[in-house]
Write a new protein. Structure first.
Length: 97
């Protein structure tokens, strides 16, 4: 018997598949707003992004996040909230990966 199953998700920023716990979930709530779901259990359509500023930039800049959440586009308030979260992330060191 092998180890416990680890759910896999794809980062919409870089398209890399990784364990669900290594990614941050963004959820489209019933009211149509996109919010960060740190618990991973809020109801609504979800999309996953790495905890890397480059992935957040790619997800927000190209409209990938809105597309993954099946929204026509992100509201200015939602975009500002998500960009503020991304700006607070630590800068990754490219030599480590």
């Amino acid at each position: 018997m092998t180890g416990k199953h680890i759910p896999q998700r794809t980062c919409i920023g870089c398209r890399e598949v990784q364990g669900k716990r290594q990614l941050v979930r963004v959820v489209r709530q019933a009211d149509g707003h996109a919010r960060i779901d740190l618990t991973g259990k809020q109801p609504g359509r979800g999309a996953y992004v790495h905890v890397k500023p480059a992935c957040w930039q790619a997800a927000l800049a190209g409209g990938r996040l809105a597309h993954a959440l099946k929204m026509s586009n992100l509201s200015d308030d939602d975009r500002a909230e998500l960009q503020a979260y991304a700006a607070a992330l630590p800068i990754e060191d490219e030599t480590e990966t």
